[in-house]
Structure formats: C-alpha cells, structure tokens
Design a protein around this ligand. Sequence first.
Ligand code: TMO
Length: 325
Amino acid sequence: MKSKNLPLIIGGIVLIIAIIFFATKDSKKAIVTGKDSSAPIVIPVHNWSSQVVMAHVIGGIFEGMGNNVKYVPADSQAVYESMRIGDVTISHEVWESAFGKSFDTAVEKGGVLDWGDHNARSLEDMGFPTWILDSGLCPGLPNWEALKSPDCAKNFTSPDSDGKGVWLEGPQSWHGDLMPARLKALGLGDLWVVKFAGGADALWAELEAAKKQKRGTIIFNWTPNFTDAGGGFTFLQFPPYKKGCRPVDGGDGRCGSPDGYLKKSVNADFPKTHPAAAAVFKNMAFTTEHIGDMAAFVDIDKMTHEDAAKAWLAANEKVWKAFLN
Ligand code: TMO
C-alpha cells in the first residue's frame, strides 16, 4: 500500500514546488515590468537649479521606460497638497527644513506616501563665502555670536539697509518669516535686517558682487548645491536645532536649521497606475555629489535645465541604470 502510493506523493510534491516556483517568478516579474498607464507622470518644477535638473533627469529615465511625462511649475509648499489630491504625481526633493511640515501634513491627511530618502543629507541655512573668515570683516565667524558686534554688522550693510547688516534670505515662498523671526529671537534686530531675494540667481549674484567689492555678505544657501565644491561657502553656526524650537512649532526661534533628510514622495495611487516607474523611483537615491553636479551644470556652466539633465544622464549612466533593476 505505502510503496504503491509513493510515486503519487513524490509527483504531488514536485508539482507543488513547481507551482510555487513559477508563481513567485511570475509575481516578481509583475512588480518589475507591470504595465504602466499611458497617463502622464506629472513632475513638479520649483525655483532652484538641482530640483529642476533632477525633474528632467527623472523624467528622462521614465521616458526611457516608455512612460509619458509632464512638467508643471508648482509652489514648493503647496505641492504636497497638490500631490495628495493627484494634480502632481511625485516630489523628488523634499527638504526637511523648508518643507517637512507641509509634507507631514499631507501624509497625515492621507494620499501621499514617503518614498524613501536620497543618500545625501541636507542643510538649509544662512552662511557666507569662506574668504570672509580671513578678511577681518567679522572676527569670530562662523559662530553666530560674532554678529553681535556693531563693528562686524557695519561691514555687511547695503545702501538701503539703514546702516544695518543684511541677511539676504531666499524667496519668501521657501520659509515664510523663519529668518526674520530667528534674527529677532537671537537679539540681533538692532544691528541686522533680513531682505528677501527675488530668486536663487540673486543669491549667487550677491556672492559675486560682494567678492568684487570685498564687502561682507550673508546669504541663505543649502547643501547639496553647486557651492559644495571647493569649500567656498561656510554656514553660520547657530544654537543647535531642537524639535519644537521654531515659532511655527511653538518655540522661541532661537535655533539653526536641522541636519535634515532629503526625501522622495509620491501620490498614493502612483504605485498602482505606474508600478514599474514607481519601483524605479523608489530605487533612486542621489548623493551630495550627484545633486551638486546637477546644480553646477546650470549655475556654473550656464546650461539650460534640460541640457544639464541630458549631460548628467550621459555622464552617470552606471548610476541611474542601477536604479532600473
Ligand atoms: C529648498 N531649498 C533647497 C531652496 O532650500
């Protein structure tokens, strides 16, 4: 009896193993090559170089996979709600300091997914060109307390600043009144004032002008950026960031910006409508150097964002092809 059924049992086991093997193989295949919808993947475009170049880098990769892509100009705070309701598909540079709060709000409401971090960490803060350290314009830098000296502040004035030193902040759309509030909270209001640049280009123009005129300048800047190369930019050292220290979080504002994440996120339907593109986007993780290079093609080499993306893709084939697996 036993020996009679043995071939049947063995046959059954082999059949079950075969079914499991092919089923797993098939489902894996479905994850990697599942057919993406022909509906466009909507990528937002903001107002700093790496973000725009990276939009075209990622869009180029998606197009190479056979997808349709659409680029839309978007406000960098409102974009998380736009993504939540499906007007925008992905966000590829979620900077913790500037946008963490808007991102968290959208995730909590539902409809936005955290799609993982880039390799790069981020810092967004006030700083100065490193040559100022040896210039005698403000002894004690990069410690922020050097700014308490009237002899320092007077070297950072502009014709319309009423004799006060100037912090040139980025466009107000990035951080609202974060920096004016910080400046006041640190007790610097009598000696310093915040001005807002119309765009990122005004920040870089200010760096050039200050160098030519050998005058002090403090601007808002960030890393990863083209200014990482060569150590030509130094961030001010403020009291360390702690959760809750900002006025929008109920704090007194006496702190610098966090050592932050740089994240990707997606509309929650994206993995269902475009499973292949979503899987590739999840794999994408750029380094500080990758992102600095994307910005440098525009801000140093003066390429268009589209050409910069093509140049970056051509020079980094190994990097992005690894994301396709
Ligand atoms: C979001 N930004 C990189 C301009 O700080």
